[in-house]
Design a protein around this ligand. Structure first.
Ligand code: G3H
Ligand code: ZN
Length: 284
């Protein structure tokens, strides 16, 4: 069923695993991620950035596509459609009204008081509709669509506690050294801060920039209260690699099903690997 992230993340935190957020880019990504979730018997979060939604047609298109596939594939595991890095109250409201079951309001680049104000407004509307809310503090490195970060700023523990108390969000993404896109060298995550923020807020934490984080760091993050891990780039790389291979091997191929079909299988396999690594397999 289509659900918010609230229960799946509380359960994940309690039972010691993380639910993956896998980003949608097109039909094949959506198919692959839903197939993976159903086969792994895993809860799943479908991440949709504003840019990706625009690419696919808009929020309504995304919701209709997901609902259609869930019906055709007879999906029984819990699925959340989540706005990733929502840039404003207006964007979150649009997603909620189109049928998204979860939103992230990323007001982390605003001054703290403004972040609290915008996030509170989103929570009020979202909770009225049974929609869960993720907020961010600090700066995740790298670039994601419209959100470009200048350097990495760690989240401040006191601000995290205050934001949680004053807004009533369901989960928190404290930026602690993770980066969107591939890492240059090994990631250097702030585990001490993660532990502190997890304990002080009591909320499930979210780890952005899941691509390229070694398994030992994933396991450590989960043990410190991380219950949601976002992955996009790794699936994009798997998909692009497959398309390149197929077209190189068959230069005369032109039927998109012949190169996007194998790309879809590569995404599915990557997602299944992540679900096992995060411990969400078999937890639906
Ligand atoms: O919000 C989405 C993620 O943080 C994805 O990060 O592309 O590095 O896996 P990634
Ligand atoms: Zn992110």
């Amino acid at each position: 069923p289509l659900v918010s992230m609230k229960e799946m993340l509380i359960k994940g935190k309690e039972e010691g695993y993380a639910v993956g957020q896998f980003n949608l880019n097109n039909l094949e990504f959506t198919q692959a991620i839903l197939q993976a979730a159903q086969e792994e018997n895993s809860p799943v979060i479908l991440g949709v950035s504003e840019g990706a939604a625009r690419y696919m047609g808009g929020f309504n298109t995304v919701v209709a596509m997901v609902k259609g596939l869930m019906e055709d594939y007879k999906v029984t595991v819990p699925v959340a459609i989540h706005l990733d890095h929502g840039s404003s109250f207006e964007a979150c409201a649009k997603a909620i009204h189109a049928g998204f079951t979860s939103v992230m309001i990323d007001a982390s680049h605003h001054p703290f008081e403004e972040n609290v104000e915008i996030t509170s407004k989103v929570v009020e509307l979202a909770h009225f509709h049974g929609v869960s809310v993720e907020a961010e503090l600090g700066t995740v490195g790298g670039q994601e669509d419209d959100v470009i970060a200048e350097g990495v700023i760690y989240a401040d523990a006191n601000e995290c506690v205050e934001l949680v108390k004053r807004t009533g969000i369901d989960c928190l993404a404290p930026a602690l050294g993770s980066v969107h896109g591939p890492y240059k060298g090994e990631p250097n995550l702030g585990f001490k801060e993660m532990e502190e923020i997890g304990k002080l807020t009591g909320l499930p934490l979210v780890l952005h920039g899941g691509t390229g984080i070694p398994t030992k760091d994933i396991q450590k993050s989960v043990s410190l209260g991380t219950a949601k891990i976002n992955v996009n780039t790794e699936n994009q790389i798997a998909s692009a690699k497959t398309v390149r291979e197929v077209l190189a091997a068959k230069p005369n191929e032109y039927d998109p099903r012949k190169y996007l079909g194998p790309a879809r299988d590569a995404i599915k396999e990557t997602v299944q690997g992540k679900m096992r690594e995060f411990g969400s397999s078999g937890r639906a």
